[in-house]
Design a protein around this ligand. Structure first.
Ligand code: ATP
Ligand code: MG
Length: 231
């Protein structure tokens, strides 16, 4: 099976004045298409940074990221955005909904960018899946944190991504809603073959994936295949 994501010698260093802080230090891993993968580690260990680089949102200091065989470091900003729109979905730690658009419009954006058909209908179906059909005309500020998170999940699904990056996808949800969202994410893997890369503090969620990478101080300290994914 081919690799949908290849990360090699990935390093990120932040400079502030004469001081430099290396938050990711020569990280290497590859993910096969259709696999499920969890990144775990303490707060500040570099998980969100790693996800941002792997998804092409941010630029590395050195090293390489390939999505579907395409090296991100060789692309300009517009080419990276086009690649993301074609292959990648994200669920962010802080949602990143567009504040001037309603829930429905936020979910419609990726499909509009791709000039697809029946957009409104499909966006409503996705909102229904996450239990928010009756909130479709609310703006992000009129929604609770958990509701905003569910809108961002519906939006990520609207992209029909080949690879979905999710940063603490259930971190702000109550147990019951968290479980529904978790199941939706794993259904996307089973039904559409979407590769899942999840950052989580929730070890039960991590245990549902096929492989767990542990990161500490910007370095991978273990990379373990689970005997059998428990879905
Ligand atoms: N723009 C920045 N400038 C300087 N340092 C940064 C910047 N962004 C992140 N960092 C630092 O990089 C380190 C890794 O941050 P990151 O957000 O990747 O951690 P994390 O593992 O996602 O943590 P958490 O579990 O709390 O979300 C932290 O020490 C953070 O302070
Ligand atoms: Mg983080």
């Amino acid at each position: 099976m081919s690799n949908i994501l290849e990360v090699s010698q990935l390093t990120k260093t932040y400079q502030s004045g004469s001081h430099s802080l290396t938050v990711l230090d020569h990280v290497n891993f590859s993910i096969a298409e259709g696999a499920t993968f969890a990144i775990v580690g303490p707060s500040g260990s570099g998980k969100t940074t790693l996800l941002g680089l792997a998804a092409g949102l941010d630029k590395a200091s050195s090293g390489s990221v390939k999505i579907n065989g395409i090296a991100l470091e060789n692309l300009n900003e517009d080419e990276r955005a086009a690649l993301r729109n074609q292959y990648v979905g994200f669920i962010f730690q802080n949602f990143q909904l567009l504040p001037t658009l309603t829930a429905l419009e936020n979910v419609m954006v990726p499909m509009e960018l791709r000039k697809e058909k029946n957009i409104k209908e499909r966006a409503l179906t996705l909102l229904e899946k996450v239990g928010l059909k009756d909130r479709s005309h609310h703006y992000p500020t009129q929604l609770s944190g958990g509701e905003q998170q569910r809108v961002s999940i519906a939006r990520a699904f609207a992209n029909a991504p080949k690879i979905l990056f999710a940063d603490e996808p259930t971190g702000n949800l109550d147990e019951e809603t968290g479980k529904i969202v978790e199941d939706l994410i794993f259904d996307l893997n089973k039904e559409s073959g979407t590769t899942l890369v999840l950052v989580t503090h929730d070890l039960e969620l991590a245990a549902r994936t096929q492989r767990i990478v542990r990161i500490k101080g910007g370095k991978i300290i273990s990379d373990t295949a689970q005997e059998e994914a428990k879905v």
